[in-house]
Design a protein around this ligand. Structure first.
Ligand code: 4AD
Ligand code: MG
Length: 477
């Protein structure tokens, strides 16, 4: 007899054959009806137990969370809410779950409580739906790039470079923290360290990806990324996953086209392939929104939002235009923004990004041509001498989801920039080589994977879209 899974059974009309299915009990009611889930779908299958002919000690062990094996026949269901069910002939308890101790009871738990039980929260409908969508998105991303002629490039995780120049890095060392070797001036002597130099966990695979784009043409990375920024927000993690395509001969317009097409493609994929999970998450969000004051409620449901993104063009606006809009906006004039916008050159905070997207344009927005002073060293300088070919894609509810740019391909200008920022040119010798040997226009961007999962699942806290979140003061599990 073949073991089957719940998803297959629920869409089957192969009645009256004996089957075996294994999973975990969600609920058991009236000593008769088991709701069984095995992770293959958000839906449970109802297993009807012949309690008169089942040992009482077995019946007692059918508790929420227990692992069981069910043998029986698939029949058309007469009950409401399901089309098929299993008439159980034999039931085996594989693993008990003591109801007095099991934390995940069939009732509503707060997300905070579930975060503390992150090893068990995946057994709830909400988290299983989120993580199935996360998995589908990951597949859709590899599918998109593979089908569009990109090569997957594995960037190193341990590196000596600070690609973003923000200095928010986790050091990687085998030196004894209590007694590290010192230089004469009292600084740590990293020449004695494992790699013979100061190394850190990567903040971005971009610089290495650029070297590969200069030979393979189109590459992308999809890997873990680490930032030691002390931001305890609903959108920041210390360990997150980033997708970074890099394309030789693409300029900034091509880069914007790629980002837009890519995001639309992966969202279309889950709309087609994650229907049950998205419907569940859509309902969940609608319920959650009801508890908010009317003015803060979203005008669209989750699925409507996803369709809106797929079906509409992202609005492209220069930084300079955006600053004008923000300067003259109501929240700026009424001093409602925490950071008021009074002049060109200001860095945009998430409140400004969200105002543009949610209130002003009511659409995803791509902002481009930012002031050079607020962006990283590698971005291409415009002819005005003060802006760079940067782009950020801004999403409703999220703010920045993508950051990217056309890269500075001119060796002299790049070197000048590195000097101005006091970056050690010697550290970047290999990066500068790409500008010495066959340099070319090229562009790329980074998409924060968890921010995409947040947007597509409607979860408001980034800690709830990655299995085991790493944030300041928290690395449990
Ligand atoms: O804008 P960022 O810093 O850009 C880069 O790292 C470039 N090197 C990318 C490139 O051009 N290849 O980061 C890119 C994206 C952000 O837009 C955001 O979505 C996400 O990465 N991100 C984070 N996500 C979660 N937690 C954090 N701490 C994040 N920092 C950035
Ligand atoms: Mg950014």
């Amino acid at each position: 007899m073949i073991r089957t899974n719940v998803a297959e059974l629920l869409s089957s009309d192969n009645f009256l054959h004996e089957i075996i299915v294994k999973g975990w009990v969600r609920t058991f009611r009236a000593n008769r009806f088991i709701a069984l889930n095995d992770g293959s779908t958000i839906n449970n299958i109802q297993c009807v137990v012949d309690f008169e002919n089942t040992d009482e000690t077995i019946l007692k062990r059918i508790t929420t969370g227990a692992a069981i094996s069910v043998k029986g026949t698939l029949i058309e269901s007469l009950g409401k809410g399901q089309s098929v069910e299993i008439q159980v002939s034999e039931i085996e308890i594989l693993g008990d779950s003591n109801p007095e101790e099991y934390p995940i009871q069939p009732k509503k738990h707060s997300l905070e409580f579930l975060r503390e039980n992150a090893h068990l929260r995946i057994r709830t409908n909400t988290f299983s739906a989120v993580m199935r969508v996360r998995s589908a998105l990951s597949f859709a991303i590899h599918k998109y790039f593979t089908e569009n002629g990109f090569y997957n490039f594995h960037a190193p995780i341990i590196t000596g470079s600070d690609a973003e120049g923000a200095g928010e890095m986790f050091t990687v060392t085998t030196l004894n923290p209590e007694n590290p070797p010192k230089n004469e001036d009292g600084t740590i002597d990293y020449s004695k360290d494992f790699f013979g130099k100061n190394t850190n966990l990567t903040v971005s695979g971009q610089l290495e990806a650029e070297t590969y784009a200069m030979a393979l043409g189109k590459v992308y990375t999809f890997g873990p990324t680490f930032r030691a920024e002390n931001s305890n927000t609903t959108r920041h993690l210390a360990e997150f996953w980033m997708i970074e395509p890099e394309v030789a001969f693409n300029n900034l317009d091509d880069n914007m086209d790629l980002a837009e097409d890519f995001i639309k493609s992966v969202i279309s994929y889950i709309l087609q392939n994650c229907k049950d999970d998205l419907e569940f998450l859509d309902n969940r969000l609608t319920q959650e929104e009801k508890s908010k004051p009317a003015a803060e409620r979203s005008e669209m449901s989750l699925i409507e939002k996803l369709k809106f993104v797929v079906e509409n063009n992202f609005i492209r606006v220069s930084y300079t235009e955006a600053i004008d809009i923000l300067k003259n906006s109501k929240p700026n004039k009424k001093k409602k923004f925490q950071f008021l916008i009074d002049e060109w050159g200001a860095d945009l905070q998430s409140e400004h990004e969200r105002y543009l997207v949610e209130k002003h344009f009511k659409s995803p927005v791509i902002l481009f041509d930012y002031p050079a002073s607020i962006k990283a060293f590698y971005m291409r300088l415009n002819d005005d001498g003060k802006t760079v070919r940067a782009m950020d894609v801004l999403f409703p509810g999220i703010g920045e989801i993508v950051g990217g740019s056309q890269r500075e391909e001119r060796l002299d200008i790049l070197k000048q920039k590195i000097k101005e920022l006091n970056i050690d040119e010697k550290e970047l010798w290999w990066y500068l080589d790409t500008r010495k040997f066959g340099t070319a226009v090229h562009s790329g961007f980074g998409l924060g994977f968890e921010r995409l999962v947040q947007f597509t699942t409607g979860m408001s806290n980034i800690r709830d879209v990655i299995p085991y979140p790493r944030t300041p003061q928290n690395a449990e599990f």
